[in-house]
Design a protein around this ligand. Sequence first.
Ligand code: SF4
Ligand code: SF4
Length: 98
Amino acid sequence: MKTLKKWDELAIGGIIEEPGCSHEYVTGGWRTFKPVLDLDKCIQCMFCWVYCPDTAVILEDGKVARFDYDHCKGCGICAHECPPKASAITMVPEGCEI
Ligand code: SF4
Ligand code: SF4
């Protein structure tokens, strides 16, 4: 268990010397469903990248390439926003592959 610093161990002025970073939290473990991308169907409209609240849609060379499963929480917004004519993202139960 992490012990808290005593008052006389804190930086003068309450300066935060080690700011937190959400990238260090692997929130992918919260997921019950995960998005699976079919690049053959993807039309690169970028909607999934724009709407993902966790910046878990990864671009490579300016194109949607994959998901960051360490930080994707499985909300399904990307699949919802993917245009029906593409339907390139399928939400599957965690642990299953299609
Ligand atoms: S399921 Fe949610 S968190 Fe994961 S990539 Fe899609 S929009 Fe982002
Ligand atoms: S929303 Fe669908 S079609 Fe558009 S870039 Fe993402 S996966 Fe591709």
